[in-house]
Design a protein around this ligand. Structure first.
Ligand code: SF4
Length: 282
């Protein structure tokens, strides 16, 4: 049994949110540069990509946030079953790390206490949305994303009949992308969860937005479906910033889980070009 003081978790979470909000992942950055140099043909689309890349360069150089929407804090924690947390409450520790990062980074705090009846700001950008999994071993892996809501708002969940198959999944994703149009700040990364229950599909979709650009599902059939949908999305002509062009999406990631014989939930989670994520293993 390995003991980890929760103060280490706080410090790690704080560092991850400071980093993610000011420095885009190299995979996303490289994909934007490739889109500009090799793919985008539209002059307006190219101009938008230039500005996005310039914005990322400026954020990295100055430590300023990539976007004014510094997001809702989402944390995925894979916790080894041989870990014992000491020194306090794990959830409080995660939230403390988020609060410190948003304070020190002067990041916008975007959460209200109650979405319907008390829309006062919590003042801390907490509570974070925390997803935990118990895994083998004595390590803790933390993956975070500050999730902007221009793109989160464009996400969707639907239940397909089993007979609708891959075509049904593709049609639902395309309907969601076309309805979103320019709103999710393209070029996007699209995460898709297929199977399980409604909430499992949604969590898989969220994780999908955080996979490295260019990663393919190890199952060849799903990997091929990812590429087919990526091409279809980029043929919509929505383009960078929604102003027209070839590059609407940088990648599509589909995860699947065993499902019930009677239904196939499909969740589509869209992430904007500010696809911010960071991770650490303790
Ligand atoms: S969707 Fe992304 S890029 Fe657009 S405003 Fe929100 S965080 Fe910023």
């Amino acid at each position: 049994m390995r003991e980890i003081d929760v103060s280490f978790v706080s410090t790690a979470v704080k560092g991850l949110f400071l980093k993610a909000n000011t420095s885009i992942g190299q995979d996303v950055y490289n994909a934007l540069v490739t889109a500009l140099e090799k793919i985008e043909e539209s002059p307006v689309g190219r101009r938008v990509l230039e500005q996005i890349i310039k914005n990322h360069d400026a954020a990295r150089a100055t430590g300023m946030p990539i976007c004014q929407d510094t997001g809702m804090a989402v944390v995925f924690a894979d916790i080894g079953q041989d870990v014992h947390f000491t020194g306090g409450d794990l959830v409080q520790a995660v939230n403390s790390g988020v609060e410190q990062a948003y304070s020190e980074g002067f990041f916008r705090r975007s959460l209200v206490r109650d979405p319907l009846f008390d829309r006062t700001n919590t003042g801390t950008n907490t509570p974070a949305v925390i997803h935990t999994r118990i895994v083998r071993g004595e390590r803790v892996h933390i993956l975070i994303t500050p999730k902007g809501f221009g793109s989160e708002n464009m996400s969707a969940v639907k239940f397909l009949t089993p007979a609708q198959g891959p075509e049904g999944v593709r049609d639902f994703i395309m309907d969601t992308v076309k309805a979103a149009g320019p709103n999710p700040c393209p070029p996007t990364i699209i995460g898709v969860g297929v199977g399980g229950t409604m909430e499992l599909a949604a969590i898989m979709a969220k994780r999908g937005t955080l996979y490295t650009v260019g990663r393919r599902n190890p199952d060849a059939k799903y990997g091929a479906l990812e590429l087919e949908i990526l091409e279809a999305v980029n043929n919509t002509g929505i383009g960078p910033g929604g102003l027209g062009g070839r590059v609407t999406c940088l990648d599509v990631h589909i995860d699947f889980a065993p499902g019930h014989i009677a239904g196939t939930p499909v969740a589509v989670n869209i992430c904007c070009h500010a696809a911010r994520h960071a991770e650490i293993t303790l």
